[in-house]
Ligand binder design. Structure first.
Ligand code: GAL
Length: 970
């Protein structure tokens, strides 16, 4: 047998021997899943492949077995990683850029299995092998005969196997290459992983069967009529029993229908049948248009509250179970997300079935990205090179044909970050002719000549504001300006959810609500692509770029999602949920009314119940239901406070009224009672204690004593009420967050740490200690080695009964030309005090520009429970607007009071240890609890990829003072 022809691997051709693309259909034709254990051998490259492995008689008995579908690098990573390891790069190709050539070191998986054709398998018709996804190029043999080859990792490929199948046992062999010419088209920011990673099946194609279906199901919002026309096999019948529709292929029927929207995902069961085959469809009637410069569905402007979703599973890579897909959608819907951009490739087709059913708007994106060429001024970028045209068109056709019957898919996206070129324009042209019912999206060409929406990523709020006013800069090509200025605007990526943050969501949302043209966007991104690992002693952690010793990698840039790799929501998602809440509740103490504004596009509020609670100092004193009529989309209702609120006795502390909107009944994605939105206001009782009184300190043991508080000779507090305490003293440092470390033009963290600042290594020099009639005053200068700039910090201690008050006066000295990470004091107490309670913002962390979701209440946690487990450790866990907080344990309690408020963190390690850690396992609890009481913290922004902290959320150094009270009880 001659050595196999490998030319397809480096060929720009999308494949050979394949069948025409068609819709993914639920058919009653015979089918046989080929998922399961296959024999597997991994070759180092083409030179190392097994000659004749495809022959039926080849003996693979001593080969390993590997699950199909799966990605071969995801196996046994805590063991001996038998099939290599994941590798992560963002934009750089991990191989020399020399298209279409790829390296000789090209891991190649050889897969084999046998299967038995069931005895009842039809003898007529065709039998087709269907691959849902193979990364990246592959060739297929049945019973030793080559059927063809394919590329396009996240797209389906079908081969006709009819002629080569035998009754009884058959052999299938597949050779899969990690690298191929197609790798140049698949440079998405994600792990490089390979294999047959989506299902494989043998499907029967009956003669006169339903080969393809294109269901056009429109909705006329003026008449309420749905119109159905199905392009399919001539002579087929189309029935929709619920609507009494029974028409022939190609005929049109109209009936009054409930339209499909993401808010009201109404589907109708339909059957398309010939006498040979029956296909079940779920039809949603809806019409997508670009009209008046707006993206409309069923005649109305929609607002996209979206996320960019990569397919990710921390154990299996891009092989996802249906449960995981459903889980993603449940978490999204529970957090008010209404749209998904399938960044940056068509998802497993079953995900789109779920989108139709559960209700989200989908921008279906083609499997195309050539980002690596940006590093070479886009030279040879395939988007503009004619030889790649077929590959581009092939990809578009395979996506559109597969997904064209999904109501949820409202736009086609050509791909991502592939610059511009004729091949992209050709994709757009083809799709418009094939499917005039869906607008085209693509971000990479800002002139927007061949797209229907103006799409950008990471534009800041100032530019978004201009775009909202249609006052943005002109297009490069003047001929395109009018077109672009009159199309809707979408941020296909914004608010980079890497680590702590993203900050500034509220400001974007305001613009989306202010300007019709700004129709929302998609957060970058849904999930952290962390790979689950375990330490030897069994602790879970998540790997990122570099953890597999990749020579070229982009570190933790792959950890930038709203949910952690284990799908636990991050604080960023909780914040997003609040910012995009589809119902806005405002409690107005002045007029004693509650306004309920329905920000949805279609549905009224009839699915919601409203509840109210009055809390005094965070303890409920009264609660009930609030009667709110069903408010139509886009409208508001004003409701008077419940009578019971007025009837309440005088408040005991601060009194707050909170109104919540919850699901009145179960939905497929959440149970009745699930909270959708809330609003609250203070009704009475501002508790802003101010220090008064005072006594003179007494000298004791070389130091000082103020009632129960002991100070050393340098005027440093050492104990209070018998509790040993270190600090509090001025602290300006935080373990940098990703948004401090990265930045397009400048980065804050390096500035903070440089020789002229040194905020991470401050020294505290005592200048003066003064005992006065009402307390102790300690004057200090806080600065770092090498630095000239410093903070003057004066600590004024004063005793009022059992409470020790501290006022810190801070004065910047020298030229401070950057915002501070934080401004406050740090202290530590024994570890036993690990139970936490506070009254203020909560329950989760919140910073200056990530504070929408923090509601005022009384919360309990533990020190451990207050940590946010960012995959890459960084500043986290600060609670905002805290009136008081207590740390309790070992029979003692330290209570700290704000005057009026402070921000509060408690952690079992220091900021320095947090900064030094690269993974969660590096964080080891010490024997202290470290607390920060801050007057303020710098916001988070989105500088890791995008704009930094908005001016109003920056913490600029200036002369200021803040006050805290301390009390220890047994
Ligand atoms: C965008 C890109 C995304 C991702 C993001 C940064 O430019 O489209 O795929 O890389 O930046 O996380």
């Amino acid at each position: 047998m001659s050595r196999t022809d490998f030319t397809y691997v480096e060929s720009v051709s999308p494949g050979s021997g394949r069948r025409d693309p068609r819709a993914a259909l639920a058919s009653d034709a015979a089918a046989l899943s080929l998922d399961g254990e296959w024999r597997f051998n991994l070759a180092a490259g083409l030179h190392d492949t097994t000659e004749g492995f495809e022959a039926p008689e080849f003996d693979a008995a001593n080969w390993d077995t590997l699950a199909v579908p799966s990605m071969w690098q995801m196996h046994d990573l805590d063991g001996d990683a038998p099939y290599g390891k994941p590798a992560y790069t963002n934009t750089y190709y991990p191989f020399p850029v020399d298209p279409p050539r790829i390296p000789d070191a090209n891991p190649t998986g050889e897969y084999r299995r046998t299967f038995t054709l069931p005895a009842e398998w039809p003898a007529t018709g065709r039998t087709v092998l269907r691959f849902e996804g193979v990364d990246s190029a592959f060739a297929v043999w049945v019973n030793g005969v080559l059927l063809g080859d394919g590329k396009g990792s996240r797209l389906p490929t079908e081969f006709d196997a009819t002629e080569h199948l035998a009754a009884g046992e058959n052999t299938i062999a597949v050779r899969v290459h990690q690298w191929s010419a197609a790798s140049y088209l698949e440079d998405q920011d994600m792990w490089w992983l390979s294999g047959i990673f989506r299902p494989v099946a043998l499907v029967h194609r009956p003669e006169n069967g339903i080969e393809d279906v294109f269901a056009h199901a429109d909705y006329d919002h003026a008449t309420g009529l749905g119109t159905l026309r199905v392009e399919t096999t001539a002579g087929a019948r189309v029935t929709v029993p619920e609507l009494g529709i029974d028409i022939a292929a190609g005929e049109t029927a109209s009936a009054p229908v409930e339209p499909w929207t993401a808010e009201t995902p109404r589907l109708y069961d339909a059957v398309v049948a010939t006498d040979a085959e029956r296909v079940n469809l779920r039809i949603g009637f809806r019409t997508v248009t670009i009209e008046d410069g707006l993206l409309k569905v069923n005649g109305r402007r929609i607002l996209l509250r979206g996320v960019n979703r990569h397919e990710w599973d921390p154990d299996h890579g891009r092989t996802l179970s249906v449960e995981t897909m459903r889980r993603d959608l449940e978490i999204m819907k529970r957090h008010n997300v209404n749209a998904v951009r399938t960044s940056h490739y068509p998802p497993d087709r079953r995900f789109l079935d779920l989108c139709d059913e559960i209700g989200v708007w989908v921008v279906d994106e083609c499997d195309l990205e050539t980002h690596g060429f940006v590093h070479h001024e886009w030279r040879d970028n395939p988007s503009g090179v004619p030889m790649w045209r077929d590959a581009y068109l092939d990809r578009m056709a395979r996506m559109v044909e597969r997904d064209k019957n999904h109501a949820s898919v409202i736009m086609w996206s050509l791909g991502n970050e592939s610059h511009t070129g004729d091949n992209l324009a050709a994709m757009s042209e083809w799709a418009k002719q094939r499917d005039p019912g869906r607008p085209i999206h693509y971000e990479g060409d800002w002139d927007s000549g061949y797209v229907d929406v103006y799409s950008r990523m990471y534009a800041d709020t100032a530019e978004t504001d201009l775009i909202g006013q249609k006052a943005e800069g002109r297009t490069k090509d003047p001929a395109l300006d009018e077109h672009r200025r009159n199309i809707p605007f979408i941020l296909c990526e914004y608010a980079h959810a890497m680590g702590n943050g993203p900050g500034g969501l509220t400001e974007y949302q305001r613009l989306f609500e202010q300007y019709e043209r700004c129709q929302g966007g998609f957060i970058w991104e849904w999930i952290d692509h962390g790979v689950r690992r375990r330490t030897e002693d069994g602790r879970e952690w998540f790997a990122y770029g570099g953890d597999f010793d990749e020579p070229l990698h982009d570190g933790n840039f792959v950890i930038d999602g709203l949910i952690f790799p284990n799908r636990e929501p991050s604080p960023g998602l909780v914040e997003f949920k609040k910012v995009i809440e589809p119902v806005r509740i405002s409690v107005q103490p002045g007029s004693r009314t509650v306004t309920v504004a329905n920000l949805r596009d279609f549905a009224d509020t009839g699915d919601l119940a409203f509840t109210w609670t009055v809390e005094d100092e965070g303890r409920a004193v009264a609660e009930g239901e609030l009667e709110v009529r069903a408010v139509a989309a886009g409208e508001s209702a004003i409701v008077a406070f419940p009578a019971a609120v007025a009837a309440l006795a005088q408040p005991d502390g601060e009194r707050w009224l909170t109104v919540r909107a919850v699901l009145a009944k179960d939905e497929p994605w959440a149970e009745a009672g699930h909270e959708i939105a809330w609003g609250q206001s203070r009704l009475a009782g501002v508790s802003a204690p101010a220090p008064s009184g005072g006594t003179a300190p007494v000298a004791e043991g070389g130091g000082y004593r103020l009632g129960g508080a002991a100070f050393d000779a340098l005027g440093r507090l050492t104990a209070i009420g018998g509790l040993e305490i270190e600090g509090p003293r001025l602290d300006l440092w935080r373990a940098p967050v990703d948004n401090d470390l990265l930045g397009w033009t400048s980065q804050l963290a390096p500035r903070w740490k440089d020789r002229n600042a040194g905020l991470d290594r401050l020294e505290h020099k005592v200048l003066d200690i003064e005992s006065t009639a009402d307390g102790l005053t300690v004057s200090t200068r806080v600065g770092a080695g090498g630095a000239e700039i410093a903070m003057g910090a004066v600590y004024r201690w004063r005793l009022e009964g059992a409470r020790l008050w501290l006022t810190v006066e801070v004065n910047p000295e020298g030229k401070w030309d950057f915002p501070l990470p934080r401004l406050g004091v740090r202290a530590s107490v024994p570890k036993a005090l690990d139970q936490v309670e506070w009254f203020g913002g909560g329950p989760g962390e919140a910073y200056a520009d990530t504070r929408a979701a923090a509601r005022v209440g009384r919360f309990q946690s533990t020190v451990a429970g207050m940590q946010t487990p960012y995959v890459f450790p960084q500043e986290n866990g600060s609670r905002i607007d805290v009136r008081w907080a207590s740390l309790t344990g070992g029979g003692r309690s330290l209570k700290v009071f704000g005057a009026p408020e402070f921000a509060f963190t408690a952690r079992p390690w220091t900021s320095e240890q947090l900064e030094a850690a690269n993974h969660t396992y590096d964080l080891v609890e010490g024997d202290r609890v470290y607390v920060n009481f801050d007057a303020a913290l710098q916001g988070m922004g989105s500088a890791a990829c995008g704009p930094g902290v908005l001016p109003q959320h920056r913490l600029l150094p200036e002369a200021t003072a803040f006050t805290l009270g301390f009390e220890v009880t047994e």
